[in-house]
Ligand binder design. Sequence first.
Ligand SMILES: *[C@@H]1O[C@H](CO)[C@@H](O)[C@H](O)[C@H]1NC(C)=O
Ligand SMILES: *[C@@H]1O[C@H](CO)[C@@H](O)[C@H](O)[C@H]1NC(C)=O
Ligand SMILES: *[C@@H]1O[C@H](CO)[C@@H](O)[C@H](O)[C@H]1NC(C)=O
Ligand SMILES: *[C@@H]1O[C@H](CO)[C@@H](O)[C@H](O)[C@H]1NC(C)=O
Length: 507
Amino acid sequence: MLWPKFGAISLCASVALALPRSPASIRKREDQERADAVKAAFQHAWDGYKQYAFPNDELKPVSNSFGNSRNGWGASAVDALSTALLMGNQDVVDTVLEHITTIDYTKTDTEVSLFETTIRYLGGMLSAYDLLKGPLSNMATDYTKVDALLTKSKELADALKFAFDTTSGVPHNNLIFANRTYVEDNGSNGLATVGTLVLEWTHLSDLLGVSTYQDLAEKGESYLLNPMPTSNEPWPGLIGSDISIEDGTLQNANGGWSGGQDSFYEYLLKMYVYDQSRFGQYKDRWVLAADSTIAHLTSHPQTRPEVTFVAEFRGQTQSLNSGHLTCFHGGNFLLGGAVLGEQKYIDYGLALVDSCHATYNATATKIGPERWSWDPENVPADQQAFWEENGFYITVEYYDLRPEVVESFYHAYRITGEQIYADWVWDAFIAVNSTARRGSGFDAIENVNVEGGGTSFDNQESFLYAEVMKYFYLTFAGEAEWQVSKDGKNAFVFNTEAHPFKVVGGS
Ligand SMILES: *[C@@H]1O[C@H](CO)[C@@H](O)[C@H](O)[C@H]1NC(C)=O
Ligand SMILES: *[C@@H]1O[C@H](CO)[C@@H](O)[C@H](O)[C@H]1NC(C)=O
Ligand SMILES: *[C@@H]1O[C@H](CO)[C@@H](O)[C@H](O)[C@H]1NC(C)=O
Ligand SMILES: *[C@@H]1O[C@H](CO)[C@@H](O)[C@H](O)[C@H]1NC(C)=O
């Protein structure tokens, strides 16, 4: 229940209590303060970017310079747009909308990742279009710039779509626009890079009323929904990580919920959330993968048997490793449990949320590492005590401003309503704000397990704006139709870059 924690109900709130309003409309004062603190942090990061990097892709906050790792189209600006909208930050919204009208998506000198471009740029523009045409139309100060979001999305998809021009229809991922060729990719593409296009390309098709873009993404995805050979599906629904571009066959039986595979599983469920009438098969595949994960990948570390990790796999052999990217899984199981009305997925999701929290709670900075292991055979001598206390040891020690742990805390808070999860989000915000806030913005840090986080990377990824700040903010921002809903009926679904898309048939 959203009651003030420390007694003192303001006059305003007590008047509100007398009225028949939903509990959600009664905001806790501490939530308001926390939401405002997140907005201030977002503004700080934006101001640094605006001053030293805009309209380039990302801020280098320590040297006050910029990088262009995402084709030089202004990745941070486009990624910041949906968060700025949800925060009601009109100044940032107007700046980014103006910028988008100036981008030429047909040209770039650098290699283009189909996957990264889809989730950040296409996702960012389509989400802003939904919000500005829908619940945030009050923030649309210039309708031509709102319509430009859709025409620019089409321009971008048209520039990218030669990627799918292959014998099987499985796309190449790394593209060279100048001569419409591909970077040498040994004839295969990854599970996540093939399987994390269908939401954005389908939504674009739906908005334009033409099937072209959906057809392209669904053709590539079809090999993942009907995987061959069956030997590379070691358990029902859990499949290998490498796809032949020539014929769509799986090249191995190695995988899991970690980086490189992760958002394929995420989107199986989210396609169903997006449109239950069209994507029932995706839901069925998610259920198979989720049940196989519970049955075959659940793993409890020897030194902390109450902790629940999800192992990676090589065939039917577990590999006792996980990582920050993997920690979206708690939120995904929670979403699945709410949407499908299945308590077992909620319970499992909460166990995963606890274990991801444990990786944050264990370190000197209170931020979790990039990768860890709980394989008792390989414990480094200098982490013996850490392993015994925490049930895992760190194998890759940096933090790259990733969102997944907070994303799962957010889902746990929305779906259970329990304050502890909001407090964990706040703890993570305080940790990131005190350790990774450096120079003119936020920075990846070298080592989460030394006081202060060690040396700087001098790089602020665009997903700091799209994801990290958004999940921090939404936790404290109160009810709105874009929030993940406890009852499993969602009007919006978040793409893997946390850009909310209006679902089909949603109110
Ligand atoms: C396309 O351009 C890239 C980068 O300039 C170059 O390495 C490659 O050889 C070119 N491919 C063809 C077929 O011209
Ligand atoms: C192709 O390259 C990727 C990335 O280096 C690698 O993971 C994959 O195993 C390779 N696939 C084949 C069939 O050699
Ligand atoms: C977090 O770590 C502290 C010790 O630093 C411990 O007392 C506490 O119980 C841990 N919290 C959780 C939820 O495990
Ligand atoms: C975040 O960090 C800034 C700079 O150190 C500080 O002024 C601000 O109070 C911090 N926010 C919170 C909520 O601690």
